[in-house]
Design a protein around this ligand. Structure first.
Ligand SMILES: [Zn+2]
Length: 342
């Protein structure tokens, strides 16, 4: 019986891709978009701070991405951890509720979007929404241990010898259980910086018999390896060997590195490939600032979409510093072209 549940839920992503004609749109940066709307996220909880201070703003940004064409929205739980909430002084009995709230907010946004779509509210902006109800999945975001440390180590993946596989599993286990039971359609393990953490996530999915599927998304700063230096092939093969992981890819990585990474992943797995690069700017962890680097303009990003699709990516969106405009352009680029079936 348990197996049946896993099997039926594991098709949500495949079903979405089928309904969308082979490719689907992921949302854009959540935290950086909250900041663009004035939220001060200079806090160890980063975007999860808004779960306490401004849930309405999170809902609004989710809605903006839906209106721009997203088929998948990721909850504001990237840096939401039970340990992080406790450190902030949140009473223990309220911490799990805050995690669940992140998914509820995304679900509320989807409900509002569906309701407005059925009333033709969006028809001025987006014809396809009017024609048929666009399928939307809610992904529960899970950031890395490095994201919780809030010291930029999700961009180095170097946790030191003291952090073992068991340390990482102990750290993430309860959080993943809570998010898996929160009403999300899938879990998005995002910005995974090394293979040890990918292994920890895969083992928790199995050991806890997690009933919703997940994707693995790694980040890279050289277009060859993930940020820690572990090979992308090693990382992708962990995803490939775990039945509950239904897609694998790259996020929060400059657009110019994406094409080669898709090719490397394609050599390792037949699972759907997802990519949601950042704007191409680089995060300076010491200065806590995004700094421009070459090839970071929005137009460049969107001009890559066709090539990424042809290289084998079927789920495409944006990460930090991308906006609803980026997602609107990706959505247009994907629906304008027809691509060979995977
Ligand atoms: Zn990012």
């Amino acid at each position: 019986m348990v197996l049946e549940t896993v099997e039926s839920s594991s098709s949500v992503l495949a079903d979405l891709l089928r309904q969308c004609g082979g490719s689907a749109v992921i949302d854009g940066g959540l935290a950086t978009e909250l900041e663009r709307h004035g939220a001060d996220l200079n806090d160890p909880l980063w975007s999860a701070k808004c779960l306490m201070t401004s849930p309405h703003l999170i809902r609004r940004v989710h809605l903006d991405y839906l209106e721009a064409g997203a088929n998948i929205i990721a909850s504001a739980s990237y840096q939401a951890t039970l340990q992080g909430f406790e450190a902030k002084g949140v009473p223990k009995e309220e911490c799990e509720g805050l995690l669940r709230r992140s998914v509820e907010i995304a679900r509320e946004a989807r409900d509002i979007f569906n309701d407005r779509a059925s009333k033709g509210f969006w028809d001025v902006h987006n014809e396809d929404v009017k024609a048929s109800r666009r399928p939307v999945l809610v992904a529960a975001s899970v950031g890395s241990y490095g994201a919780y440390l809030a010291d930029g180590s999700e961009y180095s993946g170097l946790y030191g010898d003291k952090v073992s596989l068991e340390t990482l599993k102990d750290f993430h286990r309860r959080r993943i259980q809570v998010l898996a039971d929160s009403g999300a359609d899938l879990i998005a393990f995002e910005t995974i910086p090394n293979k040890l953490e990918a292994q920890a996530f895969a083992e928790i999915m199995e050991e806890e018999n997690i009933k919703i599927p997940a994707w693995f998304s790694f980040n890279s700063k050289d277009g060859v390896n993930v940020v820690s230096g572990d090979s992308i092939a090693d990382c992708a093969s962990i995803a490939d060997s775990c039945e509950r992981i239904v897609a694998v890819g790259i996020n929060c990585t400059p657009p110019r590195f994406i094409h080669g990474l898709i090719q490397s992943i394609r050599e390792t797995t037949k699972k759907p490939i997802l990519i949601y690069p950042n704007s191409g700017e680089t995060y300076d962890a010491d200065r806590k600032q995004w700094v421009p680097s070459e090839g970071s303009v929005h137009e460049d990003f969107v001009s890559y979409v066709g090539k990424w699709r042809e290289a084998g990516a079927s789920l495409i969106g944006g990460c930090c510093r991308t906006t609803p405009n980026t997602i609107r352009a990706i959505s247009k680029a994907l629906s304008a072209k027809s691509f060979p079936a995977d």
